[in-house]
Design a protein around this ligand. Sequence first.
Ligand code: GLA
Length: 386
Amino acid sequence: MSVQARDLAEEFVFRFGRTPTVSRAPGRVNLIGEHTDYNDGFVMPAALEFATLTAASQRPDRRLTVYSMIMDETREFDLDAPPQGASGDWSDYVIGVALTLEMSGRRLSGADLIIWSDVPLGAGLSSSAALEVSVAHALLSESGLEFDPIEVAQICQRAEDDFVGMRCGVMDQYISCCGVAGHALLIDCRSLSSRHVAIAPNLRLLIANSNVRHQHAGGEYNLRREACEEGVRLLSRLIGPITALRDVTPEQLEAKRRKLPELIYRRCRHIVTENARVLEAERALNAGDFVACGRAMNASHVSMQKDFEITCPEVDMLAGLAQTVKGVYGSRMTGGGFGGCVVSLVEASAVDKATQILTDGYRIATGLDTDIFVCAPSDGVRLIPV
Ligand code: GLA
């Protein structure tokens, strides 16, 4: 199903009898920098052409009526008598964002909303952040309130942490708010500043979905966070006060290796070396040194596989297959882990070959089908014409 803004607006007129505004917020692919965001570190995502659209129109009261075209379900909320906690379904993201916006001191108008998305669900391409950001943008526009992209990214992250109960970092919401067409963003997750990194016109971002999502992903994600926090506690005693693994160099970590439990050491090693790889990838892309960028991506995959242990056989297979193709500079799992997608940096002329090798090789090795998307970095959230 492909629904453009106009179709969404027509559905809106049919259901609510008014013409809506439409906010569009993209999903993302992360080129490099995994699990570094909640360690105050560096990440380098790009916004995708896949996006969530929220059609919205203000109501005179303080009620929210939300229809999801994907789920074919409607939910209603009263901002003056909100639910006390999450219900465990898609609407948690909507009401969680609304309530967190209110907690930040903004007073929202009620609104009717229709939501549609083509961001693949559960594939590690940030369907949740796209939903949160498009809803935040729609609610703020309909309430006549200003949209501050970085602050809204933090509010959406807080909604997911506090209301939905997933302790994510800020990367996904940040890039959905601030993405720039043709570019990845190097985001410093401590200062929340970012730099544009152009993706050269001869390059393509090729995403291969393993179509596997391991059940324990959420719990394992939080366990990785706890291991990093334990690393900070132990290293603070060994090298002096630090607030995050961002403050530790690979050399400092090596010097204290024997004083750390082996597992904590490996978790920390992923983070401190990954931060260095993100900066190297930025340098390499800016210098046109795609081979060096690809090398950093491949090393990132190994680090996620061996040290952080967040890959799985299916994504290892996809990354391994892609890395054999001439014209593929580098390939790695992208996103939180335990399934989802692999991203490869590819010469445009090698896209067909890489697609064929990934499709055939993955089916032979696993009996599963991969879905391949060739993506151009797109813009962050905005109103689109209807
Ligand atoms: C998920 C989280 C992000 C980030 C990535 C891993 O996408 O939402 O904040 O931690 O995993 O890099």
